[in-house]
Design a protein around this ligand. Structure first.
Ligand SMILES: [Fe+2]
Ligand SMILES: [Fe+2]
Length: 458
């Protein structure tokens, strides 16, 4: 049976046959490396309808995860001319130009690789689902990340000949966290083994996904732009799983802290605020690294070729971006032309967006009378790539003395804090009930703050 699609696959027999043969291999991968339980349990899931409007593109239906079929969907771009870069004003490409074949192939492979990796790194979360609603959200996440793989595999098979076939297969052999054949981007090699990590991941890494996908919605390579525009329909909900999930964790911890009169809430079944902060410190630098080097040759090439551009980018020769450069064991700041710093521009747009959300949460925490404020570590902190890699830097971005290793370690969760969080994560699937560490789905932080109305014990 033909894959669900809105790209006219019924008229493209050869491609349809290639995709059908890939589907068999993908299923083998999914059975080995995807979620291992609940696959035959009906749940409320969404799937694409084939429509391309922001409201009609998907429908919700009761479905067993093993009945879901991954499909290929595009949104028309109505863009005839290349929008930026060296070929600005020329006709967009429907096939890959020889000159940019390697660059595009690499870009599409990385985008595809992260999708399968996201499934692998979170597959064990089924063991500790905190409620039935969270279980449905998790499966929607698994299935749609898988669909993103299909969006990219279609491009590989339709436009890159034998190389595309090889790369599509490589997506099924690399493995998150494997020492010999790891996933391409480092952050995707760390397991999100508990739900706090998962929520931080959706809040931040799926948001990076949104930035990366949005940046190719005007791509000179039209099939990539069309696929990206459809992925932009799916990504906001993944981000919302993270935002709402974290608000429910913060609400729950706020209530436990106020009732117990102490930050140490583990024995009240809640994750302590300082531990939540340490989890942020653990994940955020890995997620900053996902944007790549500040001064990246490849990101310049993508911009110059007309493939990738940050949101609201102003193509002006005057615009410069201040970035860090490494000199010995120290840092200096240097100005580079904006088109050389598209990664840094995107990371800083991302940081500003996330900071606004954290500021909002902090307002609610203050309104509740909680003596805790969450922060986002500085973009220099804890980085594995770029000029700051390996330097002892505090969460405010100050370079520490070389012997400050212990101070750096104090920002991160200890082994026993990881274990305590894991121990709280008990599976709860009785309808209407939630695991102790998280508030019910409808409990948003701002609503809780309003309810307390300045009276923390009210
Ligand atoms: Fe994705
Ligand atoms: Fe996603």
């Amino acid at each position: 049976m033909l894959l669900p699609n809105n790209i006219g696959l019924d008229e493209r027999t050869l491609l349809a046959r290639q995709l059908a043969s890939y589907e068999k291999k993908f299923h083998v991968w999914w059975r080995e490396r995807g979620p291992a339980e609940f696959l035959d349990q009906p749940m409320r899931l969404r799937r694409p309808t084939g429509a391309v409007s922001g409201t009609d593109w998907a429908e919700y239906t009761m479905l067993r995860p093993d009945q879901y079929r991954w499909g290929i969907f595009h949104v028309p771009t109505n863009q005839d001319e290349i929008a930026f870069g060296e070929h600005h004003g020329q006709k967009v490409w429907n096939e890959v130009p020889h000159e940019y074949r390697t660059l595009l192939l690499h870009h599409i492979c990385v985008q595809a690789d992260v999708e399968n990796a996201a499934i692998e790194q979170s597959r064990t979360l089924t063991q500790m689902v905190p409620s039935g609603a969270d279980q449905e959200n998790l499966f929607l996440f698994f299935l749609e990340e898988g669909r993103h793989t299909w969006a990219m595999v279609h491009l590989l098979l339709a436009h890159f000949g034998a190389d595309g076939v090889v790369e599509a297969e490589a997506l099924l052999s690399r493995l998150s966290g494997d020492s010999r054949n790891p996933r391409l981007l480092d952050a995707f090699n760390y397991p999100t083994e508990d739900w706090l990590s998962h929520f931080i991941w959706c809040f931040l890494a799926d948001r990076v996904g949104k930035y990366q996908i949005q940046a190719v919605t005007q791509s000179a390579f039209a099939p990539l732009a069309k696929a990206a525009k459809f992925m932009m329909f799916e990504e906001p909900l993944h981000i919302a799983f993270g935002v709402v999930g974290l608000e429910r964790v913060l609400s729950n911890t706020a209530q436990a802290t106020l009732r117990g009169g102490t930050e140490d809430t583990f024995n009240r079944g809640a994750i302590p605020f300082p531990v939540i902060q340490k989890y942020f410190n653990y994940w955020v630098p890995k997620i900053y690294d996902l944007f790549g080097d500040d001064d990246s040759e490849r990101s310049y090439d993508l911009f110059r070729a007309g493939i990738r551009i940050p949101r609201n980018f102003v193509d002006s020769e005057e615009s410069v971006v201040r970035i860090d450069a490494r000199v010995g064991d120290g840092l200096v700041t240097t100005d580079v032309a904006a088109e050389f710093a598209t990664n840094a521009i995107m990371r800083r747009q991302f940081i500003a967006e996330v900071q606004r959300i954290i500021d909002r949460w902090n307002v609610s925490l203050r309104a509740l009378g909680v003596d805790f404020q969450l922060y986002l570590p500085h973009e220099r902190f804890g980085r594995a790539y770029g000029p700051c890699a390996g330097l002892p830097i505090d969460v405010s971005g100050n370079v520490l003395s070389p012997d400050a290793g212990a101070k750096h370690a104090a920002y991160l969760p200890t082994a026993s804090e990881f274990a305590n969080v894991r121990a709280l994560m008990q599976r709860e699937l009785v309808p209407g009930r939630y695991s102790s560490w998280i508030a019910p789905s409808a409990t948003r932080l701002a609503t809780l703050a309003q309810r307390f109305n300045g009276s923390p014990h009210g």
